[in-house]
Design a protein around this ligand. Sequence first.
Ligand code: ZN
Ligand code: ZN
Length: 329
Amino acid sequence: MIFKCKNCGGNVIYSPEKKGMYCPYCGSSDSQERTMEECDMETCPNCGGQIPVEEHTSAIICPYCDHSIILNPRVEGEFTPQKIIPFQYSRDMVKNLLREKFKKNIFAPTDFLSDARLNSMTGEYVPFWMYDYRTGCDYQGEGTRVRVWSSGNRRYTETSYYNVARSMEVQYQNIPADASVRLPDAVMDLMEPYQYGGLVDFKPEYMSGFQGEKYNMNWDMVESRARTKMEGSARRLLQNSLGGYSSLRTLRQSVNVLDTKAGYNLLPVWKYIYQYDGQTYPFFVNGQTGKVVGKIPISRNKVLAYGLTLWLCLLGISWILIYLVGGLF
Ligand SMILES: [Zn+2]
Ligand SMILES: [Zn+2]
C-alpha cells in the first residue's frame, strides 16, 4: 500500500516532528488515503521500477520514485504487529544529534558527518518480541550476625544463626528480544532501554517514510534471551532484599515462571553504515530516545597531520630555545 495525498497526489509520510501524517509536497496534514493495496513484491506499484525487496522486508522506499511502499502481506494476518513505538527522531534530528555528539572527535574522517554521507541513513522498524512474565522467586540460606564485646580483660564473640527465607511473586512487562536475523543481538540490546509507555496500537501509517521488516524468528526462538534478562533482574531483586547479615550462605535459590505472554511489536532504529578505508563502521540510533551506539573510525591522515604539526611546533620551540640560550653567552 502507499499513502497518497487527497489534495495533491504526493506521498504522505509520518513526520516525527509533527507527530502525525504529513504531505511534504503540499504541506497538508492528515490528507492521506490508502492506495495501491496490491503489490507483487518486486515492482513499485507507483512507478513500476524494480524494488530491492528482501525475504523479510515489510516496508521500503522505492529507489526510483522515492515513494514509501508498505507490503500488505507482511503487516497483516499473522504478521500484524500489536504495538509500535513511532519514530520520535527524524533524519534531520539524528543528523544534528550525531554532529553534536562527534564534533569534538578531531581524528574522525572529514566526511563522516557530511550531508552526503548522513543522507544515506535509513530509519527502520525492527521486529521485536516482548515478553511479560509472572514469576515466583524463592531464596533459602543461612545468615549470621556477629556481636563482639569486652568485659574486664575478656573479649566475647557471639554468633547468631538465622534461617533466611524469601518468597515473592514478581511481574515483568515488555522484556524485549529482537526478532531479526540481520541485526546483531548485542547491538539491539545496547539500543535499550526504550520507553515502553510510548507503545501505541499498530497502524501501517506509522511506517510510511521508513523501512521495516516483519519478524523472521518465532516467539519461542528468541525467548531465552528475554528470560536471561528477566532472571538476572529477579536474582538482583532477591539479593537486594537480603541485607543486614555478617555472612550469608545460599542453600537454594530459584526463579520460576508461573505465566508468560509474548507480544509482537515494532521499535524504531536509525542505521548509518559508514564505509572507510575498506572497513564498515555501523552506527545505530534509538529512534525514540536518541541513544547512539557505534565506534567512530580514526583518520590516519588526520593523525599524521596532527603529529607532523606537533613535531614542527616542537622543532620551532627548540630552535627558539637554542637561539635564546645561545644569546645568553
Ligand atoms: Zn499533498
Ligand atoms: Zn517507484
